[in-house]
Design a protein around this ligand. Structure first.
Ligand SMILES: [Zn+2]
Length: 329
C-alpha cells in the first residue's frame, strides 16, 4: 500500500511548509531524508523534490509494476530564508550543526537554530512508526558560479561509494574543511545512535541555471536507486547522461587541499576576480581574488571550487586536486 502524502501529526491538514512529502513504500528499506533549501537562495533542490513527489504520485498509475522499498522524506531547509531568497537570516544554517541543542521553547539563539530544530523534529516524526534500519541523508545545494556539479561526503568507504553512485565527481576531505555542516552532523552519528547513517551533499550547478533542478532530480533518483528504494528497470538512463555530461574532463575523485577563509566581520573587502567557475584549472600563483591586503594568489595548483560571487558566505574559494589512489571502494 502506498500512503502519499502522509500528513504531519502536528499539521493534520497536511499543509506543512517544512515537509514536501513523506512517501512510504510497501516493502522495507532505508529512510532517505532529502533536504532542499538549507540555503534560502538555493531553491533548485526544493523544486526538484516537489517534482519528484509529482512523479511518485504518477508512477504507480503509469507503471503498475512500480514498487518502492523504504521511505523518502523530503524537507525544505531554511523556510524563512527561502521566503526571502537569502542564503540565511542570522547565521549560516549549514555551519551550525556542531553543538546542537534541541529547543523546547522559543529561546533559540538564531532564526537558523529554530529551523534546525524544525528539521530534526520532522525527521523524528518520520521515524516514530518507521521500520527503517538505516538513514540516508541527501542535502541538495547550488553554487553562485556555474559548472559546479559534484558530490561531497565523508572519507569512509561506504560514503564514498554512495557518492560515486550519483554519477558526478566526488570531492573528499570537505568534512575537515567545513565545520558544522548538516553532512557532518549526520555522518557523526549524533542524531540517531541506533541506526547507521550515510550522508551525501549534492551540488547541482549554479543557483540560477534551469538545469540545476533537473540535475538535483536526477541525482536524487540515482541515490534512491543505489540504496535500493527503486529498481534499475524503473529508472530511465537519461538521468545518468544528464549528470555525466555536466563535468567533461573533471577527475571522478578529488580532494580538498585549500580553503580561503574570510575574516569574520565582513570588512575584508574580498572580491573574487571575474571568470572563475567551479573546476577552472589553476596553477600555483594564479591571481584569484583581491582583498584589503591586496591580490590573493593560489597557494597551489589544482581546480577552483565554489568561488564566492555573492555577499553572504564565509569562504572565498576552495582548491581541490585530483585524488590518485588505489582506493577500492
Ligand atoms: Zn548551499
Amino acid at each position: 500500500m502506498l500512503r502519499l502524502p502522509e500528513t504531519d501529526p502536528h499539521d493534520p491538514l497536511g499543509e506543512s511548509p517544512r515537509v514536501i512529502g513523506h512517501y512510504i513504500g510497501e516493502e522495507s528499506g532505508p529512510l532517505v531524508v532529502a533536504i532542499g533549501g538549507i540555503h534560502g537562495n538555493e531553491p533548485a533542490g526544493v523544486t526538484a523534490l516537489e517534482q519528484l513527489f509529482d512523479l511518485l504520485r504518477e508512477e504507480p498509475l503509469l507503471n503498475p509494476g512500480f514498487s518502492f522499498r523504504g521511505e523518502l522524506l523530503a524537507l525544505r531547509g531554511n523556510l524563512e530564508a527561502l521566503r526571502l531568497g537569502k542564503r540565511y537570516i542570522d547565521t549560516d544554517l549549514n555551519r551550525i550543526w556542531k553543538h546542537v541543542v534541541r529547543g523546547t521553547d522559543d529561546s533559540y539563539a538564531s532564526a537558523e537554530a529554530r529551523e534546525l530544530d524544525g528539521m530534526l523534529a520532522a525527521i523524528d516524526n518520520a521515524l516514530i512508526d518507521s521500520s527503517a534500519r538505516e538513514i540516508v541523508l541527501l542535502d541538495l545545494h547550488t553554487t553562485t558560479a556555474t559548472g559546479g556539479v559534484f558530490a561531497i561526503t565523508g572519507d569512509d568507504a561506504p560514503s564514498l561509494s554512495l557518492a560515486a553512485e550519483l554519477g558526478v565527481p566526488v570531492v573528499k576531505g570537505m568534512l575537515s574543511g567545513l565545520q558544522g555542516t548538516t553532512l557532518s552532523y549526520f555522518r557523526s552519528g549524533q542524531y540517531d545512535l541506533d541506526r547507521p547513517c550515510r550522508a551525501v551533499t549534492f551540488e547541482a550547478g549554479a543557483h540560477t541555471e534551469e538545469e540545476s533542478v533537473d540535475r538535483a532530480l536526477a541525482a536524487t533518483v540515482n541515490l534512491l536507486r543505489s540504496v535500493g528504494c527503486v529498481s534499475d528497470e524503473d529508472v530511465s538512463t537519461h538521468h545518468e547522461e544528464k549528470l555525466r555530461a555536466a563535468n567533461p574532463g573533471v577527475p571522478p575523485l578529488l580532494e580538498l587541499v585549500y580553503v580561503h577563509r574570510l575574516e569574520s566581520g565582513g570588512d575584508h573587502d574580498f572580491v573574487m576576480r571575474p571568470g572563475f567557475t567551479n573546476f577552472t584549472p589553476i596553477s600555483e600563483g594564479t591571481l584569484l581574488a583581491d582583498d584589503r591586503n591586496g591580490p590573493i594568489a593560489a597557494p597551489c595548483g589544482g581546480y577552483v571550487l565554489m568561488p564566492l560571487y555573492q555577499d553572504q558566505g564565509g569562504e572565498g574559494f576552495f582548491i581541490v586536486q585530483r585524488y590518485d589512489s588505489s582506493a577500492t571502494y
